[in-house]
Design a binder for this molecule. Sequence first.
Ligand code: NDP
Ligand code: MG
Length: 389
Amino acid sequence: MTKSMPKTVNILGATGSIGASVLDLIGRYPDQYAVHILAAHSNIDALATLARQHHPVHVVLTGNHGYDQLKAQLADMDCHIHHGMDALLDLLAEDCDLTVNGISGVAGLLPSLKVLEHGGTCAIANKESLVAAGAIVMETCRKYGGTILPTDSEHNAIFQVWSHSHQQAINSITLTASGGPFLHASQHDLDHATADQALRHPNWDMGRKISIDSATMMNKGLEVIEACVLFDLPEDRVKVVIHPQSIIHGLVNYADGSMLAQLGPADMRVPLSYVLAWPDRLPWATDHIDLAAIGQFDFLAVDHDRFPAVKLSRQAWRAGGLAPAILNAANEVAVAAFLDHRIGFTDIVAAIDHALSYAPSASAIHLDDILAIDMETKTRIAAWLEERR
Ligand code: NDP
Ligand code: MG
């Protein structure tokens, strides 16, 4: 029997939480996967360590500082070392079986587009790009025959239980939300919440930005838009329910009353193993959830008074045009200010609400419009937040 060639994989955002999870899986199957591009932004030491472990063909540092240091650290390695986002975009034109986009923020948009423009397969964890420029990403995918694999856990769950042969019978989908660290917090507690408290997610171990998004529930707001984009549904057919155990990740609700769900531990390696092996499955999991030990599943409605982010996101999606890009940009800049202790927790959603009041009406949207409004909103909201201090 001839041995099959390993699947080649680009890892974007290698030094982050998604990067760590996917590289953990790849490390378990060295005969089945070979890293082609390993890319990160600023964490030179971590990138160099990962390059030594995974032997990529290319290592890319997209941030402005530390390139010489990275080159020195990898001087004895047989790999090409590159610097800057343009270099990464050029390399993404090379053939590769799968690109996993684990970059945080709208910075992940151009890399996804580049992969899809070359008819490649992109596992998109980077939800911000789908929120800001969903129509452009999906159109690029269709036009050039690319493939998008939904990777965010809820969307991956729905992807797993979505029946193409019964598509007409799908009424709606349901995304679950853990409720985050402030599920039972009072409004007073929310007004005084610190970054340390907000970063302490009860179930998931994730990067800093998405952890804050989970605390405000903006993460679920972004995910409602992400679901509308990926599954081509109107927002009123994308439901949200709080499920504090984070075992059920997503459900598809069929017209005959059946709801099909995907269950799994709160571990991103489950959806990441699915996209790595798709359309097969990787037999990596040794521990399976013990339903009797969990005992019960709880479900609660979202409290929109304490957590207005989901409603704001629905409003932005319905407004269309540049509104979702504005929502995302305002959130990115406000989360960074909160993590930097410059604003309070509830100022994040106040900033998004304020930003949306500026949304210009536009019908045909081009990539340049998205990139321009992203920068403009970030500058304007940063100034607005500074004035309010
Ligand atoms: P992290 O903050 O842990 O990692 C982000 C990664 O992106 C790092 O490798 C970072 O590089 C890189 N990066 C940051 N800024 C840029 C930039 N401007 N250009 C290129 N690369 C950049 O984030 P997560 O892994 O938590 O999340 C990544 C994405 O996946 C987000 O969109 C998030 O919403 C989504 N996601 C994450 C989940 C999770 O469990 N973590 C679950 C579902 C979705 P460096 O560190 O070197 O600066
Ligand atoms: Mg998610």
